[in-house]
Design a protein around this ligand. Sequence first.
Ligand SMILES: Nc1ncnc2c1ncn2[C@@H]1O[C@H](COP(=O)(O)OP(=O)(O)O)[C@@H](O)[C@H]1O
Ligand SMILES: [Mg+2]
Length: 272
Amino acid sequence: MARQLDWYSYQLLAESIVTMRQQGNRNRIVILNPKGGCGKSTLTANIAACYAQRGHRTAIMDYDPQGSTTAWLSRRSSDLPEIHGIAAYKRSMQATRSWQLRVPNDIENLIVDSPAGVTHDDLRELTRDSSSILVPVLPSSMDIHAASRCIADLLLVAKINRSERKLAVVANRTRKNTKSFAKLMRFLDSLGIPIIAVLRDSQNYVHSAERGMGVHEMQPSRVRDDVAQIDRIVEWLDGWEARRSQAIEHTNIGRAPRVGFGLLRKPQFGSA
Ligand SMILES: Nc1ncnc2c1ncn2[C@@H]1O[C@H](COP(=O)(O)OP(=O)(O)O)[C@@H](O)[C@H]1O
Ligand SMILES: [Mg+2]
């Protein structure tokens, strides 16, 4: 006699497939550079605030034991658009393999703030399933050196495929017309990886961070240049699905069979 799944089991199955699809379509942005102080948490907070201001459901996953973005969120006023925070640093990297399960299903943009000095294993783990990876770089010889190693590791260890075009650099704390800025730009240009924004050295980032805000949430007349650069970053980030489709078309990975709602056809169990 044929046996059927009960209604509750169907609901669970349907929900898990919907969740799988949502997570597959989620914009997962990883901010990474093993060098401390280059602006990872600043960038994370400002991208999150920009998305939240645009009405997108946004979460930050804070992997840094210093908990900078978690502290930033705790200073954020409840009058501002909500940003969901996940203090991932409280668990070991191994225990966070199933990170998807702890992010609320309705989150559209997940921004991952990473710690300084990640191991190769952590690098692979952090960048897995990412839609975009941003590397903030400061204009100093030491930082330029550290950034080139970080980008080499992303390409060779984490096996980020250049054709996916998910990797980009943000020049941070720049002062135009200085030698160090020119050196940074020459270095970034030589990598063939896009420089999607140039953030100036400005107290606006410091003051907004102190208040749990992004520059988008400060008085507009004071932050126009800074807002324009964060907008550029977010516009580039929003192109992730188009870039992925192009990469799939390019490499023909898309031939893999698709998992669809066909899975929900009632299963027929044979008699025992
Ligand atoms: N563009 C900027 N202008 C001025 N100060 C900045 C800028 N970016 C970051 N900072 C400051 O530099 C310090 C380090 O930045 P942070 O984002 O915490 O780096 P990381 O997370 O990479 O360690 C913080 O005090 C931050 O406020
Ligand atoms: Mg940080």
